[in-house]
Design a protein around this ligand. Structure first.
Ligand SMILES: [Zn+2]
Length: 578
């Protein structure tokens, strides 16, 4: 923790510096001249906040490291030595003595499902369960505290961690919850287990056909086991990942408050929220208006909203520094973990399974329209077949309506051979990827993809060095939005299960990894003028760390603690104080 000093002066001391101008004038000049023009004026005012005695790593080439930062009106006003900046303090200037702690530009995660994250944090956590019995006993407890007939929601079970090493079936849990329907979200977030009561309530029996892009697992006799993959999981009338009907707005609001609270504990100062729908947009906007968003949110509306957005004439970028509309979010395939990603070749040991490509005509047309309207586009594409189809669609759209600074995104970009990387680079496509999936599931990927494809599975270093802008993200709650964990994962690619390194040639440097969650993430959000580095005129967003990530050993990266998170010059999280 840092020491906090506040300087109150009873007597006015003459000070040659200018007193603050009227805020209205300041913001007018901000509007007219842009942030940069404001900086010389800000530097001549008493700052609102001064961070002193820090190891401030700016990630900017001009001044890579400073000791102190002064903040005025939520913007970085001046960088310098502690002595120099402390001199400029005035009445009410808050001074935080960092005692040598490290400060980075605020971390940004470009893919956080805020609603699901919050809702997930409210459900039964089965992430650490080691056996079927343990799942049963934890579920039994939860059922006891749930009203009869209500859904019991759980999450995070992973058959690879169970000593039985097999998928759960409804028969494992039926006797534990005879009256309550149960929904236990698989850790992949792309599959779920229902008990028999849950299947009944969802209208699923042995003659039910799965929806397009989904599977209902059955046993040797053709009976559903309760395990629903990909789109089939949406057949349950509850759940996570955007399942309808939604929880009511009050629960959603509570969930989002929980979600953003956890995000700032992880040191995040900004997140992008993909597939935002009516309710999530509405609740987030209300929270922003009430000043209850502790960090900056860029909403990526789900593609179903595209016609409405185009009708109204909204485009990416509408909003302010706290809440903004970003790219339109489109889907092209499934998940690598659930083996529904669209692959050019079959998954190992599953000769008929090349995953599922969504209707190419549909998503290509969505891309065409959104590009015409000047929107940024973020398309979920995991497998190489999907990525190729999406890049083709981007190419066609950009021929139809050429744009030089579109920054269209690939979300995930998991299986990316050289030819597709070249094409992405040529088209100016950026990639928002999730390093932690490599350390969490790398062994599983090896088993389902085989050696050849592993060479270009999450090829993060290749993408970066070939000149593609790659941002760091978590796909939270698939993995939690902990950037230090993501940085550790990108640098070590060390399996959390076996300790083995998953494709050492794709390990990135510590600097590259940190930039993925700062500089690159800012670029992906068209925010490089406001975020990503610590420079005068940029937003005063900082992540304060217990140690210097450039100096600790690689294995220690994930153990660095977030001491404080500062957004717009306001301490929104401080360890030991929340
Ligand atoms: Zn996602």
């Amino acid at each position: 923790m840092f020491k906090e000093k506040r300087f109150y002066r009873i007597r006015r001391i003459h000070c040659p510096r200018l007193e603050p101008a009227d805020p209205v004038t300041i913001f007018e000049s901000l509007l007219i001249e842009g942030g940069a023009a404001l900086v010389p004026r800000l530097a001549h005012m008493h700052p609102d906040l001064v961070l002193t005695n820090g190891n401030v790593l700016t990630l900017s080439e001009k001044v890579p490291r400073v000791e102190a930062v002064a903040v005025k009106y939520g913007v970085i006003a001046q960088l310098g030595s502690s002595m120099e900046l402390e001199k400029g303090r005035g009445r009410g200037t808050k001074v935080l003595d960092l005692g040598g702690m490290t400060v980075l530009p605020g971390f940004i995660d470009t893919h956080v499902h805020l609603d699901d994250f919050g809702l997930t944090l409210r459900t039964l956590n089965l992430e650490e369960t080691k056996s079927v019995d343990e799942v049963r006993s934890r579920l039994r407890e939860r059922v006891k505290s749930t009203q009869k007939g209500e859904w019991v929601m759980g999450r995070g079970w992973n058959e690879r961690l169970l000593m039985e090493r097999r998928l759960l079936t409804r028969w494992d849990i039926d006797d534990v919850s005879p009256d309550n329907p149960v929904y236990l979200h698989h850790f992949s977030c792309h599959a779920t287990l229902l008990n028999s009561r849950g299947l009944e309530v969802s209208g699923i029996n042995r003659s039910t056909k799965p929806p397009a892009g989904g599977w209902i697992d059955v046993d040797a006799n053709g009976e559903p086991t309760g395990f629903l993959r990909s789109n089939a999981r949406f057949m349950a009338p509850v759940g996570l990942n955007g399942v309808r009907p939604r929880p009511d707005l009050a629960i959603l609001r509570e969930a989002i408050i929980i979600g953003v609270g956890r995000a700032v504990e992880y040191g995040l100062t900004a997140i992008h929220v993909p597939s935002a729908d009516h309710d999530e947009i509405k609740v987030t906007q209300e929270l922003a208006a009430e000043g209850k968003l502790p960090l900056r949110v860029t909403l990526l509306p789900k593609v179903e909203l595209l016609p409405n957005i185009l009708q109204v004439g909204i485009s990416s970028g509408l909003g302010d520094d706290m809440l903004r509309i970003g790219a339109i979010k489109i889907f092209s395939d499934g998940s690598l973990i659930a083996k529904t990603a669209a692959m050019k070749e079959n998954f190992e040991g599953e000769p008929d399974n090349m995953g599922i490509l969504n209707d190419e005509k549909v998503f290509s047309n969505q891309i065409l329209e959104a590009n015409r309207a000047g929107m940024q586009i973020a398309t979920h594409a995991v497998g190489d077949r999907a990525i190729e189809a999406v890049l083709n669609a981007y190419e066609t759209a950009l021929k139809d309506t050429p744009r030089t600074n579109h920054r269209h995104r690939i979300e995930h970009g998991s299986i990316v051979p050289k030819a597709l990387r070249d094409k992405a680079k040529r088209l100016g496509v950026v990639v928002s990827t999730q390093p932690e999936l490599v350390t969490r599931n790398g062994d599983g990927f090896e088993a389902s993809l085989g050696e050849k494809r592993m060479r270009y599975t999450y090829p993060i270093k290749s993408m970066l060095e070939e000149g593609i802008v790659v941002s760091g993200s978590s796909d939270c709650p698939l993995t939690y939005c902990n950037p230090l964990k993501g940085i550790w994962s990108a640098v070590t690619r060390q399996s959390e299960n076996t300790g083995k390194t998953i494709m050492a040639t794709e390990c990135v440097s510590i600097d590259q990894a940190i930039r993925m969650y700062t500089v690159n993430a800012a670029y992906v959000g068209f925010d490089e003028g406001r975020k990503g580095t610590i420079e005068e005129g940029k937003l005063a967003d900082f992540t304060v760390l217990s140690a210097d990530p450039y100096k600790v050993g690689e294995s220690e990266l994930r153990n660095i603690r977030v001491e404080a998170t500062i957004v717009g010059g306001k301490v929104v999280y401080s360890r030991g104080r929340s």
